[in-house]
Design a protein around this ligand. Structure first.
Ligand code: CA
Ligand code: CA
Ligand code: CA
Length: 131
């Protein structure tokens, strides 16, 4: 607990821009899901965010249809991800779309999404199914 606090303070001191973004209410998905507090979103954190969003959208039966997804994914993505062709996305199918968007947004191929990568067209597409 103590170590985590020190780390958080160090990060805030070292990243005034990120801190201001949070303080100003412009919290992005990195701010929401950066559980290891390294200032970036890795695929593990990305998947946790996608799972939480899935659970939020899915009220009852463990899958999402196009209506529940409400424009978070495109029709083409939906059809490609729906491996069992049942007209809905289960969690694994949904995560496959989000993972593809993660890789598209990760321009420098370093396994993490940085704030600057979120501020691209691909980054915004990644944020859509995560919040
Ligand atoms: Ca992180
Ligand atoms: Ca399916
Ligand atoms: Ca990156």
């Amino acid at each position: 607990m103590f170590r985590a606090g020190v780390l958080a303070i160090a990060l805030i001191a070292g990243a005034p821009i990120a801190f201001h973004a949070r303080a100003g209410g412009l919290t992005n998905v990195i701010g929401m899901w950066d559980t290891d507090h390294d200032g970036t979103l890795d695929l593990n954190e990305n998947n946790k965010a996608a799972e939480a969003e899935f659970d939020k959208l899915d009220s009852d039966h463990g899958t999402l249809d196009m209506k529940e997804l409400d424009h978070r994914v495109t029709r083409a993505e939906f059809v490609a991800a729906d491996k069992d062709d049942d007209g809905t996305l289960d969690k694994a199918e949904y995560l496959s779309i989000v993972a593809a968007r993660f890789h598209a947004a990760n321009r420098d191929n370093d396994a993490t999404i940085e704030t600057k990568e979120l501020h691209t067209a691909a980054g915004r597409r990644l944020e859509t199914p995560l919040r």
